[in-house]
Design a protein around this ligand. Structure first.
Ligand code: FRU
Length: 492
């Protein structure tokens, strides 16, 4: 593995740039056996600027190969976020007659405005040509960005969702050739309307678990500040998409209850043999984005497989359709060893349940089932030093599960960083199940199979963790814990 993978804060199976700054995932598309992961990237430094599309490919969503910049900043125009499609019918005419072209639809940012541009590739995304008649959409606006395009099979045309960010409005367009776009409808402002800006929309149809044949549409949007745990984050609407119009059929919900999951978009052009809808998000928060890592900043989340599930989080409110996010199955391939931990005697104070030096590389998954009983709280401390730990536990008072990173290590680099982030968690037959992924400087908690997720960065100053368990009283139990050590994706 390259030297930089040995940095103590470098995630081992989460995608990160070798050097320099990264933000949103862009242009996620599957083509000719490869998952493409383009991303907002600054080739010139470790903070935001000179935005370009960085590029990486993978055949399994886990092992990524870094490739040269795909779309550079040019003539004072930065390449902001956007999407990629594979133009199977060569509607754009960009094809070479041999195989369908990849077409990137992205925001050109510069000279006081934001416009939508095209670029295309006929060699699997290795080289790109700008469309000579760019832009394809120009409203003369400063905040018009982040187009997500997909082929809408039932009306046989391309659909674009793109945001009028400052107005909190999503505009829907249609096109036959990716070049000429007609406005269909608008959605918003809606949801958390008291909070500023919407960006990075995505729109897709998902199956509903346990309701065979039922599908609903999901519109996801991201807000630069004012999200559930503070700072930037995403919300989504469940509804219908008919006659070119999205209608929300229930109120907005939060995508992730941590502070560090932003601007997720989903892979387009998934093979017919693979019915999954998978997305990945930027594992960071604009408010605290200058995280203490150098000479690189930011990583992506675990790729998550999406579905809808009808859930009543508590007895006072009716069941609603909730976006379920499950780590992709491919992640299980990274398990190098698994052992069962006996945590049934969890009490107060916390006691260690792992061996010394067992988790030195700090890259592991914990699968746990908790029976909260009548205790106020029960759960885990990932202790990285005497007074340094990250807590993950069930909190009966809030009917929730939280990550508390107040003492997780370096929390002083920004005032808003330390804190506790709680997600709703129902008990099913008296139990809550958790999958907790720790990867050096990241922690993701998937509750009850993914019906709520908490994603947080952590910056421990020691990388020699032990796992401790605790319970408020003896009616609370951690009935089963599997510890999976995970391997770095840099040692294939
Ligand atoms: C979201 C965002 C997008 C924009 C990009 C610029 O994080 O602000 O709206 O296209 O980042 O890097």
């Amino acid at each position: 593995s390259p030297d930089y993978m040995n940095e103590p804060l470098r995630p081992q199976f989460h995608f990160s740039p070798e050097i320099n700054w990264m933000n949103d995932p862009n242009g996620l598309v599957f083509h000719n056996g490869e998952y493409h992961l383009f991303h907002q990237y600054n080739p010139a430094g470790n903070s935001w600027g000179h935005m370009s599309w960085g590029h990486a490919v993978s055949t399994d969503l886990m092992h990524w190969k870094h490739l040269p910049i795909a779309l550079p900043e040019a003539n004072g125009i930065m390449a902001f976020s956007g999407s990629c499609v594979v133009d199977h019918r060569n509607t754009s005419g960009f094809g070479d007659g041999k195989s369908p072209p990849m077409v990137a639809v992205y925001t050109g940012h510069g000279h006081g405005k934001q416009v939508q541009n095209l670029a295309y590739s006929n060699d699997n995304g290795r080289t790109w040509t700008q469309y000579e008649k760019n832009p394809v959409l120009d409203l003369n606006k400063a905040d018009f960005r982040d187009p997500k395009v997909f082929w809408h099979e039932s009306t046989k045309r391309w659909i674009m969702v793109v945001s009028l960010a400052a107005e909190k409005v999503i505009v829907f367009y249609a096109s036959d050739d990716l070049k000429r776009w007609t406005e269909l409808s608008r959605f918003g402002p809606a949801g958390t309307i008291d909070k500023p800006n919407w960006e990075c929309p995505d729109l897709f149809e998902l199956p509903v678990e346990a309701e065979p044949g039922k599908k609903l549409w999901v519109l996801e949007v991201d807000m630069g500040s004012g999200s559930v745990a503070g700072g930037s984050g995403g919300e989504y609407f469940v509804g219908t998409f008919e006659d070119g119009r999205f209608k929300a059929t229930q109120h907005a919900q939060w995508v992730d209850y941590g502070r560090d999951f932003y601007a997720p978009i989903s892979w387009d052009n998934m093979p017919d043999t693979d019915g999954r809808r998978i997305w990945i998000g930027w594992f960071n928060n604009w408010e605290t984005c200058l995280v203490p890592t150098s000479p690189w900043r930011s990583c992506m989340s675990i790729p998550r497989s999406l579905s809808l599930k009808k859930v009543a989080f508590n007895k006072e409110e009716p069941a609603i359709y909730v976006l379920n996010q499950r780590p992709v199955e491919e992640l299980k391939e990274l398990r190098v060893s698994t052992r069962t931990i006996d945590a049934t005697k969890a009490a107060w104070p916390p006691t260690a349940v792992t061996q010394k030096d067992e988790l030195n590389d700090m890259t592991f998954e914990l699968e746990a089932t908790i029976t909260p009983g009548t205790a106020r709280s029960v759960g885990f401390r990932i202790r990285t030093a005497d007074d340094e730990f990250t807590e993950v536990a069930y909190d009966r008072h809030y009917s929730g599960v939280y990550i508390d990173r107040s003492k997780s290590g370096n929390v002083g680099f920004h005032d808003a960083f330390a804190g506790r982030h709680t997600a709703p968690a129902r008990t099913i037959n008296g139990e809550v199940t958790l999958r907790i992924f720790v990867d050096r400087s990241t922690i993701e908690v998937f509750i009850n199979g993914g019906e709520a997720v908490i994603s947080d960065r952590i910056f421990p100053t020691s990388k020699s963790p032990s796992i401790e368990v605790f319970a408020g009283n003896n009616s609370a139990k951690i009935t089963s814990v599997q510890l999976h050590k995970l391997r770095s994706t840099w040692r294939r």
